[in-house]
Design a binder for this molecule. Structure first.
Ligand code: TYD
Length: 144
């Protein structure tokens, strides 16, 4: 459900020399982080994402610049504007997501609960709708 997706606020350390934000442990991130990747040099007007995951949890952070994340659980969409490096958007399994309106120089950091596995992707929206009628088998998910 999109209601299970939420913003997590990370700790901030403000110094005259600059700011530092820490993402750590289960208190903040409700999954073990097994992969980190980031998007950068995204041309203006690009839309990314356009898929769902069967089992993967992700945390999306605008470490620089801004972009919008559209999340959809098959029964409605929500748009979340990401524009602060100390907020993470938790996306649970079974959510269709699109990323758009990237600002110039935006960097999207993604923390993920598992390594890359194309089998975990649902890239066709019709397949996503049929998937929503099924449940994710616990024994195939590396998630809490
Ligand atoms: P893709 O998932 O299509 O990007 P997005 O959803 O952000 O638009 O991934 C783009 C390419 O990168 C695709 O060829 C798969 C590859 N890729 C990996 O090899 N490993 C990864 O961890 C990720 C996220 C993508």
């Amino acid at each position: 459900k999109t209601d299970d997706c939420r913003i997590i606020e990370f700790s901030q350390h403000h110094e005259p020399s600059g700011n530092l934000t820490v993402v750590e442990d289960y208190n903040e991130v409700p999954f073990d982080i097994r992969r980190v990747y980031y998007l950068y040099d995204v041309p203006g007007g690009t839309e990314r994402g356009g898929h769902a995951h069967k089992c993967l949890y992700q945390l999306i952070v605008a470490v620089s610049g801004s972009f919008d994340v559209v999340i959809d659980d098959g029964s409605g969409e929500k748009v979340i504007s990401m524009n602060r490096p100390y907020y993470g958007l938790l996306i649970v399994p079974g959510i269709w997501r699109e990323l758009r309106n990237f600002s110039s120089g935006a960097v999207t950091l993604v923390l993920a609960s598992d390594v890359y596995d194309e089998e975990d992707y649902i890239r066709d929206y019709r397949d996503f709708c049929s998937f929503k009628g099924l449940s994710c088998k616990d024994d195939t998910c590396n998630s809490p």
